[in-house]
Ligand binder design. Structure first.
Ligand SMILES: [Zn+2]
Length: 461
């Protein structure tokens, strides 16, 4: 009896020990899978994006509403139990506020045009500008014109954006177009929207001016209006347009990054960074750009923080300010955290809409690090494939990546992104739960495994 009891106790002891061991030593992979399931079951990313875009609305850089969004984010991070939450403010030189914006063809066949000012544009005189247009079907055709050849005209570039061609349009046309037109004598600049939709709705976006060239008013036409001008210009000479833009330049304004951490238990100094940007353009409510990203990374951080055991490394979530006018928050972070960048194990950002995440691309030195293979395998059940492109992690991660921080790019499906991007139609109803939830799952898996695994993949500075 006694020996039998003894035997039972032994067996029970062994079973208990095994149970305890299996709980204590749940593999990082199984915890990551549980986190992915939770991201999908709770729909937390969508809830956060909905709350942000409803309670705050649009969040233009340097505005009172961007600051309200930052206060909102601080409160939300605290409510979600993050260990440290703080804000870092910085100046933005080109404060700006949209005004009235109208345009119409005045001759030969008067008709209204749908436009929106490019962010940072100077105003027209209050009564507007009325002039003949010089229309170019490509930016290169405009650049071929000699200096002075567009004197007194409104330059119009109707080049279409092709899928995957956003950076060409946003860089060569939206950003540099106004100064290049002014260099040739133009008094205003109109471009076909950088967008892939056919809606009568214009896409804004930041422009910039070269020094020592007159700064001229600049706006985007909706795609159908740009096509209308193409047709008009095939039928008539001497088309005249009247343009009224009354934005205000506000000089230097203040923006801020909001930072929140789940402190690591074993290597608290080592940071896994998840980013998104809190600012948005002012036309919609910034749901896909970048309320979705805010929801995705905030949810990922919270779900990791809710685990019974803290992660080994610190998870740092950064909501960047003033991304849209030139990645000011991302640059400020890289500069002001220069001393600690060597402790950043890896960084990634959600700034391409709702997802789903399709590919994992990497921007790091040791691409054969076994922990990367583990992350890749863990992403597979979510439908995420190994990508072949090199990634800088996302727009706000770019500046720290160029200073040596390893990056992972979780590249998202952007089928609808450039239909809605920077328009009044960028609102929360466009986000599908299953899409954003898959993205949150992919980000939480990546962040959690990066906090637990080897991570010997730093770029040598
Ligand atoms: Zn964005």
């Amino acid at each position: 009896m006694q020996s039998r009891l003894h035997h039972h106790v032994l067996v029970l002891g062994t079973v208990l020990a095994a149970l305890v061991a299996s709980t204590a030593m749940a593999s990082p992979e199984s915890t990551a899978a549980a986190l992915a399931k939770k991201a999908q079951d709770t729909s937390l990313a969508l809830k956060i994006a909905t709350d942000l875009t409803t309670e705050i609305g649009a969040r233009l850089y340097g505005s009172e509403s961007e600051k309200r969004a930052a206060d909102w984010a601080v409160k939300r991070f605290k409510k979600y139990g993050f260990d440290k939450v703080w804000m870092e403010s910085f100046p933005v030189e080109r404060g700006w506020k949209r005004g009235l914006e109208t345009a119409s063809v005045t001759s030969p066949s008067p008709q209204n045009l749908v436009i929106t000012a490019l962010g940072g544009s100077v105003p027209t005189p209050e009564e507007g500008i009325e002039a003949e247009i010089a229309l170019f079907k490509t930016i290169d055709a405009m650049l071929e014109q000699p200096e002075g050849s567009l004197k007194g005209k409104i330059a119009v570039v109707t080049q279409a954006m092709v899928i995957g061609g956003y950076s060409k349009i946003s860089g060569a046309i939206r950003s540099k177009g106004p100064s290049e037109a002014a260099r040739r004598g133009a008094i205003a600049f109109l471009m076909r929207s950088a967008g892939t939709d056919n809606d009568r709705m214009a896409h804004t976006g930041g422009t910039s001016y070269l020094p020592e060239i007159p700064r001229i008013p600049a706006a985007a036409l909706s795609v159908p209006d740009a096509q209308q001008l193409d047709r008009l210009s095939e039928r008539f000479d001497n088309i005249r347009i009247k343009l009224v833009l009354t934005p205000e330049e506000l000089g230097t304004v203040t923006s801020q990054n909001v930072i929140a951490e789940i402190t690591g238990s074993e290597r608290p100094d080592e940071i896994v960074l998840l980013g998104a940007h809190l600012d948005s353009w002012d036309l919609g409510t910034g749901a896909i750009d970048d309320g979705a990203g805010v929801g995705i990374v905030m949810a990922a951080g919270k779900l990791i923080g809710d685990l019974p055991n803290p992660p080994k490394r610190t998870i740092r979530v950064v909501l960047f300010g003033a991304e849209e006018i030139g990645i000011i928050g991302g640059q400020f972070y890289a500069d002001s955290h220069a001393d600690e960048l060597a402790n950043h194990i890896v960084a990634t950002e959600a700034d391409a809409g709702q997802g789903p995440v399709q590919f994992m691309n990497i921007g790091l030195e040791n691409t054969l690090d076994p922990s990367l293979a583990t992350i890749r395998n863990a992403l597979q059940p979510l439908g995420v494939k190994a990508g072949r492109s090199k990634s800088s992690g996302g727009p706000d991660i770019g500046p720290m990546h160029s200073k040596g921080v390893p990056a992972i790019g979780l590249s998202m499906f952007t089928d609808d992104y450039f239909d809605l991007h920077h328009t009044s139609n960028d609102t929360i109803d466009k986000i599908k739960p299953e899409r954003i939830n898959q993205s949150a799952a992919a980000f939480v898996v990546t962040a959690y495994l990066a906090s637990e695994l080897g991570g010997y993949y730093r770029i040598q500075p």
